[in-house]
Design a protein around this ligand. Sequence first.
Ligand SMILES: *Cc1c(COP(=O)(O)O)cnc(C)c1O
Length: 442
Amino acid sequence: MNTDAFIAGDHGLAAVRSAEETVWINPRLLPFDVVDGLSQLVVSDDDIADAAARLRRFAPLVRRAFPETEETDGLIESPLRAVPAMQKRLSDGYGAQIPGRLLLKMDSHLAIAGSVKARGGIYEVLKHAERLAMDAGLLAHDDDYAKIADLRDFFARYTMQVGSTGNLGMSIGIMSAAIGFHVRVHMSADAKQWKKDLLRAHGVEVIEYADDYSRAVAEGRRASDADPMSHFVDDEKSVDLFLGYAVAAERLAAQLRAQEITVDREHPLIVYIPAGVGGAPGGVSYGLRRLYHDDVHCFFVEPAQCPSVLLGVATQRFERANVHDFGITGKTDADGLACASPSSLVTRIMTNHMAGVFTVSEAHLYDYLRDLDASEGIRIEPSSCAAFAGPVGLLRCPAARDYCAAHGLTEERLHRAAHIAWATGGRLVPAEVWEEYLRTYR
Ligand SMILES: *Cc1c(COP(=O)(O)O)cnc(C)c1O
């Protein structure tokens, strides 16, 4: 592919092609009101409200199957926590000026799956289970959904399948197994051994591929399509996954209100979310844009070695973009972000909503991991740590400073800003793997 033409049209892509740590600012970002109508045709406010209501109906079942969710009454939700010591460490250690407050959204510690995938993945499993049970006359809208726990024999006739680098497989696998589905997880070469072991311990069938994530998805899709009793969770285009992630926005809004953090033009909200195929950051960001319009600024963060969502949006080749076409390796220790091609749905729907994408080096993933552990005593996995490249880069990268200037993020407003680094995974990492992470330098 002739990548020079893309770079000639968008100079920011030169540093991306050389796999440097950089920021790419999205020239197609539009004011919310301009894109609202078109966006709603694809995913509407009603769709998101419907997803939120479904998760509430399922709460009694989730609570029964996973006692760890008792505290949140069967809702799978994570804390939002200010991290002032990390904020100071980032400014001292990296020369990063981070005006305002830095907060950590701890999806790293979500119940059941220990990652952001507990939002989208579990939502899609529950929605599918609801439809099967309703079609069979075994469940009605007004029932207490806890009774689904007694339908294991019914669900055992059906199979759920998914392609995954690890965490999506864990979320689909653990929830599907709890409901009684037969589950097959197709895992790419990037998947960590401990994730495969954990899934097998839950009775999940794990199929391993020596190839990358796209291959695992393609094989899983093929196997599922050949079986009428099987449902494939399609990370590259599923609207249900997207909706599960989008529900995060109203939950976050409630947490911000509870912590008396205002979001408006004078108090901007800036979020930084690690992206693999784009589903999780896409759904969360889209939900936030629907609530906060132009007062929220949504940045994705990707490994410099695997910026697939960035390239999909920047080139407008969407799911046909592939990091290898730009001579980028696609190889990263951030296993949750190791997707060489992005989601077709997310690259399209976020084209006019996304502020830009920061890229992060392999070395910094581990540096930030140690920094957060040392400063706040919080451990999140390397993929999650990508998020910190956002607040570190915002006022350091000239292109990001230009973004601030162009979008009314003045010095005064930035001093009142809330920056949210979205921690996307970590709770299930075994102790010996933490020791290895803490000792890794790239
Ligand atoms: C999956 C994942 C992401 C990104 O989600 P996508 O939907 O693939 O973009 C980020 N961090 C972690 C830890 C993940 O597992």
